[in-house]
Every structure is written in C-alpha cells, then in structure tokens.
Design a protein around this ligand. Structure first.
Ligand code: SF4
Length: 298
C-alpha cells in the first residue's frame, strides 16, 4: 500500500484532554497506517483536508521541545488517542520516541495504546515512567480475521510484546476491542492473556461511523450465518447479545478468580495480582455504574 507522507509543524504536542479523568493526550502523527476498517478516529481526516483514504496518508509532526516537563508530574499522559504511536513509520521518524525523551524524568504517568510490537524498542525508556501503562488491542486470536480488519502487527507478536512488558514490571492492558458479535471469542482471549496483563478492557463494536456499510457487507459475504444477528444489533437496537456476553464473562471471571467491574478501571491492583476485567460494552449497566476511573483507549 502506498502511503502519502508529509512532515508538518505543530504548535505543541501536549493537548489537554477533555476526558472526565483529565490529563493530556499526545498524537505524534496525524493519520494511521494500520488502516483498521472499523476505525473511529478516521474523522481526523477532516482536519487536514486529506483526499487520500484513511490509512493511506500520514502527517509526521514536529513541534517545539516540551517546555518545563515537570509540570506534567503525576498527570496521565495518553499517547495515541487518534493514531497508533508505533506505526511502522515510527521506526524511521521516531516521533513517539521524541515525546518520551522530552518527558523523561518529568514524573508524568504515560499511557500508551498500540497494535504493534515496535513498542518493545522503547521498553527501557517507558519503564522509567512511574505508573506507566501499555495496552494492546486484541479482538481475535484468528490471524485471518485480524488480517481482514487491520494492517497492524500479527496477534502473536502483540501478545509477545505484552508479555515482555509485563515481565519487565510495566502495567499492561489487553484491550478486547472492538468486540465483533459472534466473531470475537472473548473467553479465549481472557484465558490466553490473564497471566500477562493487569487489566482486560472489553468494548463493543460501534457501527455508527461511516464504515457501517463496509462491515455489514463483510459479514454478509464472509460470515452470512451472523447477518441476522448484526441486523438485530445494529439496525434494530437489540442489546440481548451484550446481556448474554455480560453473563458469560461474569461466569468466566468467577471460574478463573478474576475481579469483574463495569466501566471502572480505577482499581490499581498489585502488579502480580490477576487482572481486573472491565465491561465497557453493556451500556445499560454502564449508565447505572459509578465511573470513577474509566480511561478510554480507542
Ligand atoms: S490503530 Fe486505531 S487509530 Fe489506527 S486505524 Fe486502527 S483503530 Fe484507527
């Protein structure tokens, strides 16, 4: 795939977050060459008037060096809210690495979301940050389905990276998102990752974006046996699938001895404790839950 790459100057790289938990977000790139078919961030295209399809352009940012990094001490700094900070192009441009180097010693609590194992390159640097967290999106263990949906690292490489960070004492999250009804085997992913992460975050596939037609077409063509289920959920608003999944995950957590919560990841459990499993897919329950520390990745 040809990618149109431009270098652009940004006024700054730290953006105050509008999430309820506050903190800052940092996106060293505009655009994302992982090109996920279900990407919620593709609205970013509007801001830089790109004609290329999402995934086929990348603006590489430069910015004035972060001034007074100590002002971010104790603040959550979320790297990669509308791009992946470890795209293949990061190997050459090292813009995410530049952010980390500029924040080194600041006391900022960095949180990184990725679908790549290139993040291993920066493990030592990330481990220096207090309370650092790294999350990998894993919504399938089926490599063929993964390759149909994104151009990021194969799943086994993401899991190997998760394990390396976990072994190095950095908090890790398995971000099971987006959950594709009837496709994503949530139980199998939890069983596979429970020993290498501190948090499992479960989020449903949202088809409100412009990609709804593409995803429904994919299901009709490749998984026709699921089409009625998808039409029920995404055309008629039937939430019973998510109620069933909630019951299934609750039972699994009981069996495995894992704590289960709804929309609350504020519990900072010891690093060697079993992971907290968080339901962020059952919106009926979420509306009634007390959201103390929800931190949205992507
Ligand atoms: S990795 Fe995230 S930002 Fe990048 S294309 Fe996929 S969903 Fe979008």
């Amino acid at each position: 795939m040809d990618v149109v790459i431009r270098e652009i100057e940004a006024k700054g790289i730290m953006t105050k977050s509008n999430l309820p938990i506050g903190g800052y977000s940092v996106n060293p790139y505009l655009g994302c060459t992982h090109a996920c078919r279900y990407c919620y961030a593709c609205f970013m295209k509007r801001f830089n008037k790109h004609d290329e399809p999402w995934g086929q352009f990348l603006d590489v940012k430069t910015w004035p060096r972060i001034r007074n990094p100590r002002r971010y001490a104790g603040q959550r700094v979320f790297i990669g809210s509308v791009t992946d900070p470890y795209l293949p192009q990061e190997e050459e441009f090292r813009r995410t690495r530049a952010v980390l180097e500029q924040l080194r010693g600041s006391g900022a609590r960095v949180s990184i979301a990725t679908k790549s194992d290139l993040v291993l390159r920066d493990l030592d640097l990330i481990a220096e940050f207090p309370g650092a967290r790294v999350s990998w999106s894993v919504n399938t263990l089926d490599e063929a389905f993964r390759a149909d949906m994104d151009s990021a690292s194969p799943i086994e490489r993401r899991l190997a990276a998760m394990e390396a960070f976990h072994d190095a004492g950095v908090r890790t999250t398995c971000f099971i998102s987006p959950i594709f009804p009837g496709v994503t085997d949530v139980a199998a992913i939890i069983r596979r990752t429970k020993g290498i992460c501190n948090l499992v975050w479960l989020e449903d596939l949202n088809l409100r974006g412009g990609f709804k037609g593409d995803i429904m077409g994919y299901i009709a063509e490749r998984r026709p046996e699921l089409l009625a289920l998808y039409q029920g959920i995404y055309n008629k608003g039937d939430r019973s699938y998510w109620d069933g999944l909630d019951a299934e995950v609750r039972a699994l957590c009981e069996e495995l001895g894992l704590p289960y919560a709804v929309n609350d990841d504020s519990d900072e459990r010891p690093l060697d404790a079993p992971p907290l499993v968080v339901n962020y897919f059952d919106h009926g329950k979420i509306r009634g839950a007390t959201a103390k520390g929800a931190e949205r990745a992507r």
